[in-house]
Design a protein around this ligand. Structure first.
Ligand SMILES: Cc1ncc(COP(=O)(O)O)c(C=O)c1O
Length: 376
């Protein structure tokens, strides 16, 4: 049964449980066929109401801060793989206490914190200086990048105690990109791969996107395990691929403004506050019942609720004219949205809901004034 958008509060992020399960089934297939572990990167997808379902399929999480590590440990369970570009000294003992794996961004961070690791396994993020990411904002391998240790710095080998290596260089990429990346990693760091117990190949694998070559991914993992039999664990930590196309952001038209021949549908959501990637990347989200590529019909700018002049998306064409009270539903709004929302301008955070497989809406969280006030 399809989601009843009229039945939910507005604005609202709504996850379709059935679609999430379909993604998780595919990720579980990858684990079974390749022997890799797929964990959920909380920076991209941290909808805690979905954790009981995600946990049925994925053995843990990737965390980039104490807050994420705690959420993983307390609400998800299983393995917690922490990596932060720089750890806060006062937080570190708590990070180590709730994490099974802790990856360091530099040799100096490893030296500083290794004595405080407890039972967590230490890893080092390497930077292969190769990435096929077109947008610099999302490219960890731009020259001079602060992310990861470059090969030159590891000519003397790995410090004693490093048990794993980690690289993250992909962003919504296919397994062909991973294949080329692994070639570079092996060319630059190959001998080091024989010295560690685990290899984490980061996120950015668009595994659940239509047309992704899963067979090739399985082959890459199996090849690595054959060439480096010492690798007990090969880990993938996608965020986007977990939440990919599993839910919507439902909004409502508050007003129609017509200025200089441009009609703007003013919405109760904001691109700046609720969908920042639309402005950062930038990309144009798909909207149910509208074309974002022109054509015949009723053309509107979709206007965000903040006063930021650029908080809008231009030129969406609807079959029918929009009117106050209509629902405007943005597709594919589960990853990098809830985790990035702000209360800029005091706009209300969207509620969070799940459309259950049995065809019922469950509203998990509603936000209000206290959420705005408590952050200030
Ligand atoms: C270190 C690391 N791991 C995993 C991810 C998740 O990537 P994605 O959500 O694109 O799969 C990111 C994203 O920035 C990352 O920086």
């Amino acid at each position: 049964m399809g989601i009843d958008y009229a039945a939910m509060p507005s604005p609202c992020f709504v996850l379709d449980e059935a679609r999430l399960r379909a993604n998780l089934e595919l990720l579980a297939d990858v684990q079974r066929a390749s022997g890799a572990q797929v964990i959920c990167a909380l920076k991209g997808f941290a909808m805690r109401g979905s954790f009981p379902l995600v946990r049925e399929y994925l053995p843990g999480v990737a965390a980039s801060s104490l807050a994420e590590a705690r959420l993983g440990h307390e609400e998800f369970g299983g393995e917690v793989h922490a990596y932060s570009p720089a750890y806060i000294p006062a937080d570190f003992d708590d990070v180590a206490a709730v994490s099974t794996h802790v990856t360091f961004n530099s040799l100096s961070e490893f030296e500083r914190f290794a004595p405080r690791l407890g039972s967590a396994s230490a890893g080092l993020r390497i930077n292969p200086e190769y990435a096929e990411v077109e947008t610099d904002l999302y490219n960890p391998c731009v020259p001079g990048s602060r992310l990861g240790v470059i090969a030159d710095k590891l000519e003397g080998g790995l410090p004693t105690g490093v048990e794993g290596l980690h690289f993250h260089t992909l962003c919504e990429k296919g397994s062909d990109t991973l294949e080329r990346t692994v070639e570079r990693v092996e060319a630059r760091f190959g001998s080091l791969l024989d010295l560690v117990r685990w290899l984490n190949m980061g996120g950015g694998h668009a595994i659940t996107r239509e047309g992704y070559d899963v067979e090739r991914l399985v082959g890459i993992v199996k090849g690595l395990r054959t060439r480096h039999p010492n690798l007990e664990q090969i880990i993938l930590e996608p965020g986007s691929a977990v939440g990919w196309k599993t839910g919507e952001l439902v909004s409502t038209v508050l007003d129609i403004v017509d200025n200089g021949g441009v009609r703007s549908a003013m919405l109760d959501v904001s691109f700046a506050a609720h969908m920042p990637d639309c402005l950062e990347m930038p990309y144009r989200p798909a909207v149910i019942g509208a074309s974002s590529e022109g054509g015949e019909g009723h053309r509107y700018h979709l206007g965000g609720q903040t006063c930021l002049a650029g908080d809008f998306m231009a030129d969406y064409v609807f079959a029918e004219p929009l009117k106050v009270g209509d629902r405007v539903v943005f597709l594919d709004m589960m990853h990098y949205t809830m985790v990035k929302t702000t209360t800029f301008n005091g706009v209300r955070l969207p509620s969070i809901a799940i459309w259950r497989e049995r065809g019922e809406l469950e509203v998990l969280t509603r936000f209000g004034y206290e959420d705005y006030k408590s952050r200030l």
